[in-house]
Design a protein around this ligand. Structure first.
Ligand code: ADP
Ligand code: MG
Length: 229
């Protein structure tokens, strides 16, 4: 057994470039990173420094030009598309800046939708959705549509959707970017609670300084990790 068996995600020598109008942009330059199980990693850096690219590469949504990602012991560079999408469905919950809720579904249905289609009985899906909505303190809004919810409520719904399948990891990309300061604090406190109580590993990327919520802060600039503290 390796001494690093508690490593949840490891990035080794990751490089990724984009070419635009003849110029080469090094979106990720020699990135090495270990996220341990149970950590709440805040990845902070200015707009354009490569945060979203890194998050996409860590979850296998995007491929690096070189380097390896080991996700929960599995080298995802070698995984098929099918295996990758199963891994994401089972092990990762995603939280987005613009919530990504379906406007024609209620809060409850948005949360349930992660489990469709499935072998689970509808009653079981409902029970899990109710538990997830209770976990984010949104049960009283379960029949509301997204237009009937505030930004903070929409993001708590987004978090309920991200945790309904009890993922090992939550990946959040600027998840408080569209929220007022009070809702931002609520969402960060909620993620902290989930991190502690459910032992979910969290990787939260932001251009804002939210380092006080993390167990670790990773600072990026121009595609590089410049500081880990
Ligand atoms: P961040 O999330 O920190 O704002 P990104 O990861 O989105 O940064 O982008 C990093 C750099 O790569 C930026 O310069 C951005 O313009 C560039 N970039 C990102 N995606 C693409 C793409 N699909 N095509 C070309 N350039 C891209
Ligand atoms: Mg981004």
């Amino acid at each position: 057994m390796s001494a690093d068996k508690d490593v949840m995600i490891e990035a080794v020598d990751i490089n990724k470039e984009y070419r635009r109008a003849g110029a080469i942009i090094r979106a990720l330059a020699d990135v090495n990173l270990k996220i341990r199980s149970g950590e709440f990693a805040v990845i902070q850096g200015p707009t354009g420094c490569g945060k979203s690219t890194l998050l996409n590469v860590l979850s296998g949504l995007d491929l690096p030009d070189s380097g390896r990602i080991i996700f929960d012991g599995e080298n995802i560079a070698r995984a098929t598309e099918d295996r990758l999408s199963r891994l994401r469905r089972q092990k990762i919950g995603f939280v987005f800046q613009d919530f990504n809720l379906v406007n024609t579904l209620t809060a409850m249905e948005n949360v349930e939708s992660v489990l469709w289609p499935t072998v689970l009985r509808q009653k079981e899906i409902e029970n899990r959705a109710i538990t997830a909505l209770r976990d984010v303190d949104l049960l009283d809004r379960k029949d509301h549509y997204p237009v009937q919810m505030s930004g903070g409520e929409k993001q708590r719904c987004g978090i309920a959707r991200a945790i309904i399948h009890r993922p090992r990891v939550i990946l959040a990309d600027e998840a408080t970017g569209n929220l007022d300061p009070e809702s931002e604090k609520q969402v960060m406190d909620l993620l902290k609670k989930i991190n502690k109580e459910m032992e979910t590993t969290i990787i939260f990327v932001t251009h804002r300084d939210l380092s006080q919520y993390g167990t670790k802060t990773i600072r990026m600039d121009k595609g590089r990790i410049i500081k880990i503290q």
